[in-house]
Design a protein around this ligand. Sequence first.
Ligand code: AMP
Ligand code: ZN
Length: 114
Amino acid sequence: MTDCIFCKIVSGALPCAKIYEDDEMLAFHDISPQAPVHFLVVPKKHIATIMDCTGADSGLLGRLIVCAQNRAVELGLGEKGGRFIINCKEHGLQTVPHLHIHVLGGRVMGWPPG
Ligand code: AMP
Ligand code: ZN
């Protein structure tokens, strides 16, 4: 999608602080970190929101979560954990309409979310 900021990062048209890349996924540090560790994992395929996924995306969604978990371990979150978040649309305060999972760690998170 030409006007999607994460598609532009995937294509290399915009820079990112890359953590990991394979044929299907890209992980990079969030530009506005909300915790000592805060990165995003995006599928390279443009899917606007989690609500747009179907059963056909089950494999991709599983690999997205496993990719996020593997990167979290690599960045030192394996022992104490953290937060894996997918914001969705207006009520979820999703600001970039390209599916992504946030991974935050390095401190205790708050609950419930505001
Ligand atoms: P969300 O609000 O769930 O859609 O999350 C979008 C996230 O993308 C926010 O945490 C932003 O700080 C982050 N973000 C926006 N632009 C960039 C960028 N160019 N590089 C890295 N992270 C970004
Ligand atoms: Zn996109």
